[in-house]
Design a protein around this ligand. Structure first.
Ligand code: CA
Length: 223
């Protein structure tokens, strides 16, 4: 997967960063530590974190959901954009990756705003639905195992309010979704979800070609 914006050459990408990135120091430190990690390419691009933070502010979001935390960069970017009473429910299966995340959340002073649930995310989302939290979230970010993307999307769509926003990461999948010679399972799942969203009447849709492709799906009345 790509962890810089696709389709820009290095010079233009560097320019974009040089004239627009306003990354807080704690996020820069976390990004640099994660870059040393064997799975470091799973981290979102900094311009994407900044874009999502802008969306949070634009919406006046107070309650966010994150599916797939890894080392916590996107969670932290969102948390820093929420108001002081804002909350994030963050789902991941890895104690190891999220130990790094927790360290930076504490350093940034937002640890109390993040409710980390270590469990398969489908179970956590089902539990939220079972405990009456449907329609209570303003924003959801889906960036986890691709095989369950459709299940995450369907649950997130129930958990966000009308007018709430779901952001789905890696929908351009380094360009592989458009290459007919690529036929693996994960690419197939992303293609299928992209096609489903294209005609889904429950959402207002925009696929933003930032980083590895970020679909924005705004929940609306069906019909
Ligand atoms: Ca991702």
């Amino acid at each position: 997967m790509a962890n810089q914006t696709l389709g820009l050459d290095d010079r233009l990408y560097h320019y974009l960063h040089s004239i627009s990135l306003r990354e807080p120091a704690v996020l820069t430190q976390l990004r640099r530590e994660t870059a040393q990690h064997p799975m470091g390419r799973m981290q979102i691009a900094p311009e994407q974190g900044q874009f999502m933070a802008l969306l949070i502010q634009l919406m006046g979001a107070r309650r966010a959901l994150e599916v797939g935390v890894f080392t916590g960069y996107s969670t932290l970017a969102v948390a820093l954009a929420l108001p002081p009473d804002g909350k994030i429910v963050a789902c991941d299966v890895s104690e190891d990756y999220t130990a790094i995340a927790r360290r930076y959340w504490r350093q940034a002073g937002v640890a109390d705003q993040i409710d980390l649930r270590i469990a398969p995310a489908l179970e956590t989302l089902d539990r939220l639905l079972a405990t009456g939290e449907a329609g209570t979230f303003d924003f959801a970010f889906i960036d986890a195992d691709k095989s369950n993307y459709d299940g995450y999307y369907e649950r997130a769509l129930q958990l966000v309010r009308l007018g709430g926003l779901i952001a789905i990461d890696n929908v351009l999948w380094s360009g592989q979704v458009a290459d007919p010679d690529v036929k693996d399972k994960r690419t197939h799942v992303i293609r299928a979800l992209n096609q489903k969203l294209h005609r889904d009447p429950r959402i207002t849709l925009s696929l933003v070609p930032i980083a590895d492709g970020l679909t924005l799906a705004l929940k609306r009345e069906a019909g």
